[in-house]
Design a protein around this ligand. Structure first.
Ligand code: 13P
Length: 269
């Protein structure tokens, strides 16, 4: 066995998620969605898109109408049930419009909106309690990588989630993890396949030690940070990488389709 590789060959399906961030109005969103090529009847992988909040309802209708298997995720929500929280939407509001997945912990939320591990943990807890699936993002800064504290940083971001979240949510695969090194997001600098594999293996090992072997083998861990059509395949081929959370390249249909194709080629089932 090569160092830094999971022992068993996993059966996890590949997931490609497009995080559109604060890009594309309704008509551009519709145009892009119509160009995404994904036929789940042939492929066992999952394709998820996370458009801006204002587009979710309309895109949900469109995907339903076309019987599409592309899934919708929200980029954010707030954990209380309802109340005086100007600008926020709740889990129930997302579920009401057919959105069952939410991204939590993205580095842009951590940096620009000051969401810390405590708030993010509460968001995770609430989303899961409401039956949402979560894509929980973690990752170190460049300074942390240079100081070789990247493994500690990621462990600290995962500690509460691993220890305090009810095991049933892990067991039901309601948690997808996304390793997104901050230095790779939007920079054009992608983690090397070795760096990605090393961190994904480390995360899976933590899951194994903290929650259990079976669950650790079933949890999907996506890589995010400057994924492009030119590098997706080599990253997705890594044994502990289960797909990608794609930013910029998910806004271009041909790039996104090519990334979906790379995921299909490396899908285990
Ligand atoms: P880029 O693919 O643009 O680097 O963004 C990654 C990301 O932040 C996805 O959530």
């Amino acid at each position: 066995m090569k160092l830094g590789m999971s022992k068993q060959n996993n059966m996890r399906n590949k997931i490609v998620a497009g995080n559109w961030k604060m890009n594309l109005g309704i008509s551009d969103s519709i145009e892009l969605v119509q160009k995404i090529i994904f036929d789940k009847h042939k492929d066992s992988q999952r394709v998820i898109i996370a458009p801006p909040l204002t587009n979710l309802y309309r895109l949900g209708q469109l995907l339903d109408l076309n019987n599409s298997k592309i899934e919708l995720a929200a980029q954010n929500f707030y954990f209380p049930k309802a109340g005086p929280f100007t600008g926020e939407v709740s889990a129930e509001m997302l579920l009401e419009i057919g959105v069952n997945i939410v991204i939590i912990g993205h580095s842009e939320r951590r940096t620009y909106f000051f969401e810390d591990d405590q708030v993010l943990f509460r968001k995770a807890q609430s989303a899961l309690a409401h039956g949402l699936e979560i894509i929980y993002c973690i990752g170190e800064t460049l300074a942390e990588r240079k100081a070789e504290t990247h493994l500690d940083k990621v462990k600290s971001q995962l500690d509460d989630l691993m220890i305090k979240i009810d095991k049933k949510h892990w067991a039901s695969n309601s948690i997808i993890l996304a390793y997104e090194p901050v230095w790779a997001i939007g920079t054009g600098v992608t983690a090397s396949k070795q760096q990605a594999q090393e961190m994904h293996y480390f995360i899976r090992k933590l899951l194994k030690e903290t929650i259990g072997s079976k669950i650790s083998q079933n949890i999907s861990i996506l890589y995010g940070g400057s994924i492009k059509s030119s590098n997706a395949l080599e990253i997705f081929e890594q044994p502990d990488v289960d797909g990608g959370l794609v930013g910029g390249a998910s806004l271009d249909a041909s790039s996104f389709n090519s990334i979906i194709e790379s995921a299909r080629k490396t899908d285990k089932r």
